[in-house]
Design a protein around this ligand. Structure first.
Ligand SMILES: [Zn+2]
Length: 305
């Protein structure tokens, strides 16, 4: 029994073919035609699915899609997407892909898929309650409670990157003072440049911090404090003690972890252990494998066409 997971990101669409244990047997990727409209994006995704289906040694039971933006899992439709995806809002992703590939398709947002994958086969394997956080261009969050993802109204639960109370800097969403304004890759870069530093990426800022540049250390410390407080709040709300962190900025986890752990230890729960904070075990393919895990959850009992 096989499942295909798709990660439709802003620049690349990544697909994996997984077996029943979510081990990756084949992968394929292509640029996401984000500026060409939803039909072009779904056509591109369908080509990757059909290519991997052709490589499967057994029956592909279903496809999971991890889509950028806010997605209502009940309708499989995009509720909200960034401007970089032309015509993506309102797109019925699951139905649109399903009719192209003639397979059962389920969809959720990319961070929810990340967490589903880590619970199914990664750093949070088998846990009942946990929190997922991705630190990339933006900051994403996902909540796992009682063995399932919390979606809330319109699938918008767990948007930890847009929690307020973290200063007054402008956020990508148009509001101010959100976690993302301190902890996202582009925020680390912007704040370092604003302090007179020279860098082209968050990785450059991390290198400067490791070399002792106080301005770079300061922006990472601010990010880590904010992240620590968010972990305290999210784990307290769920009474969860397991957290998984992924995304490109975790390449600088050595700079973030000491302060994150310090903040979390300073605010212990009233009862039970401190949150156990782990890095992704699925790495760069975590979202796509998570989408395959979603397909396994949603399509595992489907009779193949
Ligand atoms: Zn925001």
């Amino acid at each position: 029994m096989s499942f295909i997971g798709l990660d439709i990101g802003g620049t690349t669409t990544h697909a994996v073919l997984c077996d029943d244990d979510l081990l990756v047997g084949a992968e394929a990727s292509a640029p996401t035609p984000a500026r060409s409209g939803a039909a072009a994006m779904l056509d591109g995704a369908a080509r990757l699915v059909l290519r991997l289906r052709g490589q499967a040694v057994d029956t592909v039971h279903g496809v999971g899609v991890a889509a950028a933006g806010m997605l209502d899992p009940r309708s499989g439709r995009i509720v909200r997407a960034s401007d970089s995806f032309h015509g993506w809002e309102g797109t019925p992703v699951a139905a649109g892909l399903g009719e192209r590939v003639d397979l059962p398709v389920v969809a959720d947002n990319d961070v929810n898929c990340f967490l589903i994958g880590e619970v199914a086969a990664g750093a949070l394997r088998g846990v009942e309650d946990g929190v997922g956080i991705t630190l990339g261009t933006g900051v994403g969050g996902a909540l796992w409670s009682g063995g399932r993802i919390l979606h809330g109204r319109d699938g918008g639960a767990g948007e930890l990157g847009h929690l307020p109370g973290y200063g007054d800097e402008p956020c990508s969403c148009g509001r101010r003072g959100h976690l993302e304004t301190l902890a996202a890759g582009r925020s680390l870069l912007r704040r370092y440049l604003a302090r007179g530093g020279t860098a082209a990426s968050a990785a450059d800022v991390a290198a400067a911090a490791r070399a002792g540049d106080e301005r770079a250390v300061e922006v990472f410390t601010d990010a880590a404090r904010a992240l620590g407080m968010t972990i305290v709040a999210a784990t307290r709300l769920l009474a969860a003690d397991r957290v998984v962190v992924g995304g490109g900025v975790t390449g600088a986890w050595d700079l973030l972890a000491p302060v994150v752990h310090e903040v979390v230890a300073a605010h212990p729960p009233l009862f039970g252990p401190l949150p156990d904070i782990r890095l992704t075990a699925l790495g760069a393919a975590a979202v796509a494998v998570g989408a395959a895990a979603l397909a396994r959850l949603g399509c595992g009992t489907e009779v193949p066409a």
